[in-house]
Ligand binder design. Sequence first.
Ligand SMILES: NC(=O)c1ccc[n+]([C@@H]2O[C@H](COP(=O)([O-])OP(=O)(O)OC[C@H]3O[C@@H](n4cnc5c(N)ncnc54)[C@H](OP(=O)(O)O)[C@@H]3O)[C@@H](O)[C@H]2O)c1
Length: 257
Amino acid sequence: MTEQTLNGRVALVTGGTTGIGFGSAKRLLEHGATVYITGRRKDVLEAAVAKLGKGAHGIQADATVKADMQRVADAIKAAHGQLDVLFANAGGGHATPLPELTEQQIDSELSINIKGVILTMQSMLGVLRNGASVVLNASITADMGLKGFGVYAATKAAVRSLARSWTTDLKNRDIRVNTISPGVVPTEGYGKEQKMTDQQVKDYVDRVSTEIPAGRVGTVEDIGDALVFLASDASGYVRGIDLVVDGGMTRVYAGKN
Ligand SMILES: NC(=O)c1ccc[n+]([C@@H]2O[C@H](COP(=O)([O-])OP(=O)(O)OC[C@H]3O[C@@H](n4cnc5c(N)ncnc54)[C@H](OP(=O)(O)O)[C@@H]3O)[C@@H](O)[C@H]2O)c1
């Protein structure tokens, strides 16, 4: 039997200072990995590393800047020689009615969700070991046709496509590439990116929970648990998939029970 353990593994989580990235870093650490997290805000990065504790390291870096990501790769190579797990998680976006979309929003979402993921992957190629596991953070929105989320959803569809292409590109190195599509997971991003007030988040969570077969919205640790599976040898035969982690929201009709 293959054990689901990450003892001795080195992992990188981009955008690991809050939300899903932070919860994922926490789970990777709990399973024995040494974990590097990145983010743009120095104070938030330092606080996150302190909170994660032993085995956690932070490097301030913008995923949309090639030189930053190369610096991250060089630091990991110098300290450990290789990277076993990459979670390209940094991303974001928000709903905007089509007529109100600005060029700035389009550029920003394409940049962090597509260009950032490509630069992250490209920069890590020299440090990823043969047989490594790469996971890209996508989203259920890519399938849903949600009002106002056209650009964001399209970027996440692109992320899924990248995972399939890279599965082929990296076949000769036995590097596995998969995506996770989280469902509704309330994080800092709901306030920061989607400009929702705490009350709006609470109302949304109450409403949507009745439509989710699991009966609740997701937690950042739920996504971390799925990541641990894809990162570990237990998923050794899993390649190019999209692992939907949404409590059944998009695969099962739960009705308003
Ligand atoms: N929460 C959900 O319901 C949900 C559902 C589906 C998919 N997702 C996806 O999950 C990922 C994480 O979202 P979240 O909800 O956890 O958001 P979040 O709480 O806002 O966290 C975003 C993280 O990414 C970092 N970040 C943002 N831009 C960056 C950049 N250019 N370079 C490096 N780091 C950057 C942020 O730190 P700094 O701002 O300091 O850089 C922070 O650490 C995103 O890809 C999102 O699209 C989320």
